[in-house]
Design a binder for this molecule. Structure first.
Ligand SMILES: [Zn+2]
Ligand SMILES: [Zn+2]
Length: 292
């Protein structure tokens, strides 16, 4: 089995892991070994694009367009602390691990902003990606999956937060820019929920993914967060299945002992939705393989 959403450096500040941008001997092996103990034998690494300094010109300073100065300052400080990785060094580390025979794939977690996705795809074009996953982490300058911006829910309200999040997620799904939608309902991460699941938003994302040929990941990350639920929710995942949108399996781990974390839970969720296959990627070409 596989884990197609892994990071090699924890978010900052952290006393875990190697110094940002460094890939010491044994670091990638530690992920491979931890995953193998969970029965996971194929690892797709997906470092955050926004953390790589090379992404600066393509992504631009999106937080500076944010009208709320508190949200803008939050993201400005966050990026200053987190942009300490190199895309080139990351690609070299993964390709080196592959050359050593480790069962790893070169992926990337691509931040979606409608204004800059074309420039981002141009930046990424020369690299030998096996697959790209796409994420909505920001609504304008609001970092929706960062607990330090929880105050914004009071301002915006849950309904508007969901409307704005899913509008972006639908655009990402329609764009066809990436191979897989990451944590597709991450807006629930800190437990902000509508009284009923937003089926009209789910329908829009599912239809866009089906039309563009984009897959969706089934991720255990939400089980480690207040959401206490796999991404996507059982109902949302069932709608993807009905539309024949394929899946990958994911932990979104940021350190070796999280590799393959929650694997049994994501496989169970996929089976409960009716899936019998997941995708395997090589050089951005997908092949269905059995969910065994
Ligand atoms: Zn993410
Ligand atoms: Zn991630």
């Amino acid at each position: 089995m596989s884990d197609y959403h892994l990071h090699l450096h924890p978010h900052q500040p952290s006393d875990q892991g190697p110094p940002p941008g460094e890939y010491p001997p044994g670091h990638i092996e530690a992920y491979v070994e931890a995953a193998a103990r969970r029965g996971v034998h194929e690892l797709g690494f997906t470092e955050h694009l926004f953390r790589c300094f090379e992404s600066g010109p393509a992504l631009g300073d999106w937080w500076e367009r944010e009208p709320n100065p508190r949200l803008a300052a939050n993201t400005r400080e966050f990026i200053a602390a987190e942009r300490n990785l190199s895309l080139d060094a990351y690609v070299t580390a993964i390709e080196g691990a592959k050359a050593q025979g480790l069962p790893v794939l070169l992926g990337l977690e691509v931040d979606y902003f409608p204004e800059t996705i074309a420039a981002v795809m141009e930046l990424l074009d020369p690299y030998p990606w096996d697959f790209l996953i796409g994420s909505v982490h920001w609504i304008g300058g609001w970092a929706i999956d960062n607990p330090s911006t929880g105050f914004e829910w009071e301002e915006r309200g849950i309904e508007r937060g969901y409307d704005e999040y899913f509008a972006l997620e639908t655009q990402l799904a329609a764009s066809g820019a990436v191979d897989v939608l990451a944590h597709v309902d991450v807006i629930k991460k800190y437990g902000h929920r509508l009284s009923e699941e937003p089926l009209h938003h789910y329908r829009a994302v599912v239809a866009a993914a089906a039309a563009s040929g984009t897959a969706v990941e089934v991720s255990s990350q939400g089980l480690r967060k207040p959401a206490a639920e796999v991404y996507p929710s059982p109902m949302f995942l069932g709608m993807f299945r009905e539309a024949s949108v394929p899946i990958t399996l994911a932990s979104d781990g940021h350190q070796p002992d999280e590799a393959g974390w929650g694997h049994d839970a994501v496989v169970s969720a996929a089976r409960a939705a009716g899936y019998v296959e997941r995708l395997q990627f090589r050089k951005r070409t997908a092949n269905p393989v059995p969910l065994t």
